[in-house]
Design a protein around this ligand. Structure first.
Ligand code: NAD
Ligand code: UDP
Length: 321
């Protein structure tokens, strides 16, 4: 049995709750810290029955010591806390700026004090509307610093600079992953991301709201694959100071995603084309050769399989209400 302690910030959110479950399953003691801004206690309801799991309601822009006094015993810190959906981070722009800057620095300081290994979840958004395709870790990006998405994109870029600084100047054992679009159970029904929107619209036989002409592309990774990649990035030797893209390379247009969800859910929904939001990236696909080589990781779940599981989850959620 593993006796190490892991702290997961944002652990009541979509990806964080799956990560907590995997870590508890691996025998870690898991402390989940979340202020429930965009996450939900229902995501960790079952985990709360497990004695190796502990939930602390706390805003990581404040020092953790103010809520928890036994911080010395932490071995690993996975720092996920941050709104991730464009609708959510645009509803909470200051919270997003602060959690990725002040919150990230608080967690890095905690790693420095405790000697814990640290992982930051950055994002493909640091590449902005990319002029290089697919995107490699070495690409510097094409990001608007002054627009509706900049509270997220620039906050994550600042978070990356903090990780660089604490790694290179303060010897913290830290790495970061750049996560590309991820989907699956525990997404909030109304958080505005494309997969949760389309699946719930399809299940209700409501119009599928496509932004623009739907020709913009994304590459979608199922959450269990993502969590496996995140854990490997932490646990694999010699990943300190590395930046690693994590995502699925299966690039599809948003129009194609709509058709697939309508088909897989047996929906009668029609597609409705709406205005494209400003600064919406045109294309996005990860180059994951570094993750393949360094972590021996690549996604296993196909889009069709992952969407089927996600549709089933939202169906069950609707039936249980
Ligand atoms: P989510 O919104 O479901 O989860 C984020 C969690 O962080 C929520 O539970 C929220 O309550 C919590 N949180 C926010 N501010 C906090 C604060 N100040 N203190 C404590 N907790 C706070 O988002 P997610 O999709 O699970 O994303 C998790 C991480 O992965 C984020 O850092 C996000 O930027 C990154 N990421 C996600 C995706 C994706 O497609 N899901 C893509 C790129 C990057
Ligand atoms: N999108 C859409 N309809 C929706 C929600 C999103 O067409 O109801 C589009 C959005 O404009 C973007 C893509 O789907 O082009 C992915 O959006 P999401 O918000 O999931 O994540 P992003 O990759 O933009 O951060």
């Amino acid at each position: 049995m593993n006796s190490k302690t892991t702290l997961v910030t944002g652990g009541a959110g979509f990806i964080g709750s799956h990560l907590c479950a995997v870590l508890v399953g691996k025998g870690y003691r898991v402390i989940c810290v979340d202020n429930l801004l965009t996450g939900s206690r229902s995501n960790i309801h079952q985990l709360e029955q497990n004695e190796r799991f502990r939930f602390i309601e706390h805003d990581v822009t404040n020092e953790l010591r103010s809520t928890m006094n036994d911080v010395r015993t932490i071995d690993f810190i996975y720092h996920l806390a941050s709104p991730a959906s464009p609708v959510q981070y645009q509803n909470h722009p200051l919270e997003t700026l602060h959690v990725n800057s002040i919150g990230t620095e608080n967690m890095l300081k905690l790693a420095q004090e405790t000697g814990a290994s640290f992982l930051y979840t950055s994002t493909s958004e640091v590449y902005g509307n990319p002029l290089e395709h697919p995107q490699k870790e070495t690409y510097w990006g094409n990001v608007n610093s002054y627009g509706p998405r900049s509270c997220y994109d620039e906050a994550k870029r600042f978070g990356e600079a903090l990780v660089y600084t604490y790694t290179h100047h303060y010897r913290v054992n830290a790495r970061m992953v750049r996560i590309f679009n991820t989907y699956g159970p525990h997404m909030e029904k109304d958080d505005g991301r494309v997969v949760s929107n389309f699946v719930n619209q399809a299940l209700d036989n409501q119009p599928i709201t496509i932004h623009g002409d739907g020709n913009q592309t994304r590459s979608f990774c199922y959450v269990s694959d993502m969590v496996e990649g995140i854990v490997r990035a932490m646990e694999t030797e010699h990943t300190s100071s590395e930046i690693i893209n994590l995502g699925n390379t299966d690039e599809r247009s948003i129009d194609e995603i709509a058709d697939l969800i309508i088909k897989l859910s047996g929906s009668r929904s029609e597609k409705e084309y709406k205005e494209l939001p400003p600064d919406d990236p045109v294309r996005r696909q990860p180059d994951i050769s570094k993750a393949k080589e360094l972590l021996k990781w690549e996604p296993k779940i196909s889009l069709e399989e992952g969407l089927t599981k996600t549709i089933e989850y939202f169906k069950q959620m609707a039936n249980s209400q």
